[in-house]
Design a protein around this ligand. Structure first.
Ligand code: G6P
Length: 599
């Protein structure tokens, strides 16, 4: 996730901004930059690490803004790094978030020269226009943000203007009030060693930070935001007050999903814009999609496979990447190989992609990492835009992968003429409601903690589900075993009776996915099977009459084929709280790695 830091005050800005960027490193980044405003603006930026930044030993400026970039639009290059400026270098901008209408704005600013591939670069050019039109810096920023669609936190400084102006919409910004100056940052960790007195800006706020202090405005009117004292230590602040990154990332899912979906859905026409340009003829003659992936990404692929078959009417197989061969009887020219990989660096997945490409098949990467090997090797790429994930156990990236693949299924269905506009519109409306539905589950966390405490001493857990509930049961079991070290297995609900039922006792709770898209009525038969062997049953359900069959019921809001994905959030919380009860090292489970780069 990108990070912002800004300082204006009595001290030199450079060391404060540089240390602030260091403090934001934990968020993950691939390029970095600083702008210092002192009778003109000096910009220092590059791809790579903060220590690689070529800044002078000292700089007289007392006003600076800095940025760690985590690429979403444009590769992690020197030019794409923030701050971005107008042509004359008179306005410098750092930005977190995504500006959805940047292409239209670029077209409108056709007399300006753009140098980067980023969405951000439209901002300094717009500010430049308004400043030339006699606006002061604050009103130029206000006029600029009124033109932007999407989500953003920005900081803008301009030559000849005092301090800098910040603004936010759907992306956090916190102001720090120090004895010797004012700070702004995307999170408090950036400046905690200088001040613990902070005020959180609200959506729509614009603030001007100068050597005289901080003025906050909302809808053009001056306003106050309460000053609070931060009690956390820096390490806790990095985790946003959560005990573990995993829990923070589970809670980040609504925001991550909004970012995944931002600017990509048209719920009126039922179309999606993924900047994906597969040739029309190739799509209409497509015979098979093969999804290759490992671990959690493989489960996201299994979810997607059913959607591809249902909406795009194309046979779809899911392959464990390490076992993949492009084999017998397939026509490579009519096969699309989709590699699903959060990191874009998993050796088994990259090797499967290469095997597919050398057989002549077209490849599409679905990844979180701009500039990763998968993104560079594939013929096509769609980013899931989940932000960096630090916990080894994948959580928000699973949700973002499934949401992205759902959009790909709509794209394929629309292009192939197999999905009507009405059906597509209703699917996209469900996607729009997804962040809110996930939030409802997160609001019920207290209960998952209590239930986890109840079952923490169990011998083993079995997760069951059908259709879209099957990959979710696999994912629920994987999450639980990797962080709690308790044995857990996921099954197609109908398969349990063909062997594993022999292991079911009153010490082996069964977790059942009973939502839309998961043939819940049929799975209720399997619930009865395990109940008659005394197993306690935890149901994650959207049916209104399942309570009587269940020892514990978690309720999922109605959301069609996305209900199993929402149910998965309960399973994440459940796994987390069991592992937490057991005192496991949740963010770094034994023997596991975030990215496995060996075959
Ligand atoms: C490792 C991680 C898993 C992840 C898998 C695939 O095993 O611990 O969380 O699902 O790799 O990673 P990828 O980056 O390809 O999605």
């Amino acid at each position: 996730m990108c990070g912002i830091i800004g300082y204006v005050g009595n001290d030199h800005a450079l060391p404060i901004v540089a240390t602030g960027l260091k403090n934001l490193e934990y968020r993950g980044y691939d390029s970095v930059g600083i702008a210092l405003n002192e009778n003109g603006i000096d910009v220092f930026k590059k791809s790579g690490e903060i220590d690689d930044l070529d800044v002078p030993e000292t700089h007289p400026s007392n006003c600076g803004i800095g940025h760690t970039r985590w690429s979403t639009h444009g590769k992690p290059t020197d030019v794409n790094a923030h701050p971005h400026t107008d042509e004359d270098g008179e306005v410098a901008v750092v930005h977190n978030g995504i500006i959805d209408n940047y292409e239209a704005l670029r077209a409108e600013l056709d007399s300006h020269t753009f140098t980067s591939e980023t969405d951000t670069e439209v901002v300094p050019h717009l500010v430049e226009e308004y400043l030339a039109d006699d606006h002061d810096l604050r009103s130029a920023v206000e006029a600029t943000i009124a033109r932007l669609d999407g989500s953003f936190a920005i900081a803008v400084t301009a030559s000849g203007h005092d301090g800098f102006v910040v603004a936010r919409r759907d992306s956090p910004l916190v102001v720090g009030h120090g004895d010797d100056g004012a700070f702004v940052a995307s999170d408090v960790t950036a400046f905690l060693e200088h001040t613990r007195d902070v005020s959180y800006l609200e959506d729509g706020d614009v603030a001007h930070l100068t050597t005289d202090g901080v003025s906050v405005f909302h809808d053009g009117e001056g306003t106050d935001r309460a000053v609070q004292t931060v009690e956390w230590e820096a390490e806790a602040a990095e985790k946003g007050g959560y005990d573990h990154y995993m829990l923070k990332e589970i809670h980040e899912q609504p925001q991550a999903l909004r970012q995944t979906l931002s600017g990509r859905l048209d719920t009126v026409t039922g179309d999606v814009d993924l900047e994906l340009d597969l040739p029309e003829q190739y799509l209409s003659s497509l015979q098979e999609i093969q999804i290759v992936a490992c671990g959690t990404s493989n489960h996201a692929g299994r979810y997607a496979a059913r959607l591809f078959e249902q909406f795009a009417d194309v046979r779809t197989t899911v392959e464990t990447a390490s076992e993949y061969e492009f084999s017998g009887g397939r026509d490579p020219w009519r096969t699309l190989v989709v590699a699903v990989t959060q990191s874009g660096e998993t050796a088994d997945t990259l090797s499967a992609m290469r095997r597919a490409a050398s057989a002549g098949a077209r490849t599409l990467a679905i990844t979180n990492m701009v500039g990763s090997t998968a993104a560079r090797d594939a013929d096509h790429v769609v980013y899931i835009r989940a932000g960096p994930e630090i916990g080894v156990a994948a959580t928000k990236t699973f949700a973002a992968q499934v949401a992205t693949l759902t959009m790909v299924s709509v794209y394929l269905g629309r292009q192939r003429g197999t999905l009507s506009g009405d059906r597509a519109s209703s699917l996209l409306s469900n996607l729009r409601e997804l962040p809110g539905a996930v939030q409802q589950v997160l609001d019920d966390e207290e209960r998952t903690r209590d239930v986890a405490a109840e079952f923490v001493d169990s011998d083993a857990f079995f997760f069951i589900g059908r259709k879209l509930g099957w990959p979710v049961s696999l994912e629920g079991a994987l999450k639980l075993k990797e962080i709690s070290y308790i044995h857990a297995e996921g099954f197609a609900a109908g398969e349990l009776k063909h062997g594993t039922l022999a292991l079911v006792t009153d010490q082996t709770p069964v977790v059942a996915v009973l939502t839309d898209g998961a043939a819940p009525r049929k799975s209720l038969n399997n619930v009865k099977e395990v109940e008659s062997r005394d197993a306690p049953v935890v149901g994650v359900s959207s049916l209104d009459d399942t309570t009587k069959y269940l020892d514990v019921e978690f309720t999922v809001p109605e959301l069609g084929v996305l209900e199993p994905l929402v149910a998965n959030v309960y399973l994440q919380l459940f796994a987390y709280h069991i592992a937490d009860e057991l005192g496991r090292p949740i963010d770094k489970p034994r023997n596991l790695a975030k990215s496995v780069t060996v075959e």
